[in-house]
Design a protein around this ligand. Structure first.
Ligand SMILES: [Zn+2]
Length: 373
């Protein structure tokens, strides 16, 4: 959603987010202003940023290819204005596999930066070094010849920055994996999350004292990234081994595709249900979520038939599916509920509320829902 596919490498779609051009505009402005020849500065900024993102892509590809090698699934790589993200559907099982996966990115950036650095030493005339360092510090007096050392420097910076031992940076994963060789995974995660949050506070404090807004923003991102990772792992451990069949809502009310939207609205107001399966003779043919219903009401009014606005493409799950994997899929698809189906027969809905209830129950009483493995 909101991104365009560029190409596919080893079955992994490489996508570019629609906001990506913003960084090019920013770079053109940032490198163009104050230059004697601002057009040349702006072009330098754009060319440098595009080449840097090839480095970012190589970094994310390295993570992804190692993950694939260990049997994990990679959904896609998305390039955002502030960096790339490799979306994993599952992670490698063993701590040492996660360690290698996490290290692959910074190692690739270091190799790319190092190789460009060596090229620079060969091809960059000695007399230009002073000018290069001045340009690096002030951003002024740019020449095309500086592109190579700029890229070498930034790729090395990328490697170093990502090794900071805090989630969501790679260093956070490295720290967790190292800890996990000596203690349970949940405890290792809790410690790595706490280290990340501590570093975020420190960064934020330095930013606040120095009046550096960007640093405060980075601190905020690091803090939320660390907390998110902690919550996700807690949820994963709590739901481990549980199946959809143990928690999903039976007795869900369905609508038919000929029913007017008003019927679904009455059901929504008169009960707890917010998402409605559309069934014909016990077979599931569509889904209307709360958001779909509100949007359709505004556009077509309460007399329009459900069949006109329902989704025909949506994920379904079976009672045997792993609860945590389904939770991941729902989160990434932005769905509050998924239909549960077995051999074509509609059984009920698995809602986010069901997941939260299961999590709450298992948190207070671990044996209450017995994992079935
Ligand atoms: Zn990385």
């Amino acid at each position: 959603m909101g991104s365009i596919r560029l190409l596919t490498i080893r079955g992994i779609p490489i996508r570019i987010h629609i906001t990506f051009p913003l960084i090019l505009v920013w770079a053109a402005f940032q490198y163009g202003q104050g230059q004697a020849d601002w057009v040349k500065g702006a072009l330098f900024g754009v060319a440098f940023t595009l080449l840097l993102f090839i480095g970012v892509l190589l970094h994310e590809l390295a993570h992804s290819l190692v993950a694939l090698r260990f049997g994990a699934r990679v959904r896609e790589i998305v390039l955002f204005p502030l960096g790339g993200v490799a979306q994993m559907e599952s992670l490698p099982e063993q701590p040492w596999q996660e360690l290698l996966m996490a290290l692959a990115g910074p190692a690739t950036s270091a190799v790319v930066g190092g190789a460009l650095g060596v090229l620079t030493l060969f091809f960059f005339p000695l007399r230009l070094w002073l000018g290069f360092f001045r340009a690096l510090g002030t951003g002024l007096g740019l020449r095309w010849g500086y592109l190579l050392p700029y890229l070498a420097f930034t790729n090395l910076l990328l490697a170093g920055f990502n090794l900071i031992p805090a989630f969501p940076m790679d260093g956070g994963r490295v720290l967790r994996a190292l800890l996990a060789t000596a203690m349970p995974y949940g405890r290792a995660t809790a410690i790595a999350v706490a280290v990340g949050q501590g570093l975020a506070w420190l960064l934020g404090l330095i930013g606040l004292l120095g009046g550096d807004v960007v640093l405060i923003l980075v601190a905020f991102l690091v803090y939320t990234g660390a907390s998110q990772e902690g919550r996700m792992v807690q949820m994963k451990l709590a739901l481990a081994g549980l199946r959809v069949g143990q928690v999903f809502s039976r007795g869900v009310q369905a609508v038919s595709s000929n029913d007017p939207l008003g019927t679904a609205v009455d059901m929504m107001l008169g009960g707890f249900q917010a998402d409605f399966p559309v069934c014909e003779e016990g077979r599931l043919v569509g889904l209307v979520t709360r958001a779909d219903l509100l949007r359709a009401l505004k556009e077509y009014g309460p007399n329009a038939p459900v069949g006109r606005v329902m989704r025909r493409e949506f994920p379904t799950v079976t009672p045997e599916d792993d609860l945590f994997e389904v939770h991941e899929r729902m989160t990434s698809a932005g769905l509050e509920a998924v239909p549960v189906v077995e051999e074509g027969q509609f059984l009920g809905l698995l809602t986010r509320q069901d997941l939260n209830e299961a999590y709450a129950l298992v948190s207070v009483r671990p044996g209450l829902l017995r994992p079935r493995v």
